[in-house]
Design a protein. Sequence first.
Length: 344
Amino acid sequence: MEPSSAYLIWMAGSTLITAGAHYLISSSLRRRAMNAGLTWLLGITLGLACAKTVYAVIEMLQFWMATGLKNYRFWDALLSFDVYRVSFFGGVLGVCLGAALAGRLTGNAPMRALNVYAPAGMLMAALARFGEGFLGFLGAGRMMKINGLSFFPIAVVNEWGEGRLAVFMLEGLVCLIVAAVSLRASSQDRFIRTLFYLCLPQILLESLRDGGLVVHEFVRIEQLISMVTVETVLILYGVWAKGKKRRFLPAAVGLMMAGLFVAVEFTLGGKLFNGTGGGEDFGFLSHALAEEEEFWEDAETWAEEAGGSELLIPCLSYGVMALGLALLAWMERLGYAKIKDRMK
């Protein structure tokens, strides 16, 4: 069976599983069965449409940055049946629109319908991520440096026994965890918090992917979408907490963390530190401190002792990013505490 065919079968089955889960948890909604059925139908339709549209827009940006738009055919990308040319977050947007519209059509408030649907939506997100395993190395990271870990589900292994980190498995597991937590949360405030915690870990996990939707060398579009969504939620908390002290503190911290994450991406791309110890190009900071000859001699010695810092700098960078994500999670809890009464 072709990988794309297996993927389509997996996704079709996943939508049915999600529809069943949605029906089971939506007893508080009017016209429960019809709502679940319409959410399933509209979610597939709008999810696919938005996934293709967002991908086409991102691909257009890639062409524009690289060679211009002279030879780019937007409609070819939009109408392509290639399952590789879709955007995950475009699909998320479409499914959310489908759930809200289904709520409206069945006499339920759109936000109420979204709050009820949130855990099932996260289940769908998890299954969609797991399904990327049928698409070769699409959801994989860089080549594994530790041979002992080159086995599934930790890695995706090619015919030569070379493994790449199975990032899609990590993303799927994170989505399952968020789905479980969302299911236990109050149904009155599920959607916005579930959306926040869907996007938060993707900031790091998208960085682990090898390739992906990248514009202008290192700007990972779906990572950027995740950060923008996280920051938007924190700003909304500040707006809704009118009259509360330091209500925009979480949003301000979010902006600082965004700057930190950009610095991390620069570091991983060799724009700040390349860690090669080669003496010619150590990135921006090396040139800024080029007069400190003794500093660079010590840096070269340290890099050699650390095995060329081949793994050290990425590990430190991702460690810093993980700490930043933990701080953002704390800020979300702090911001939500200020508006909890309003959400009820």
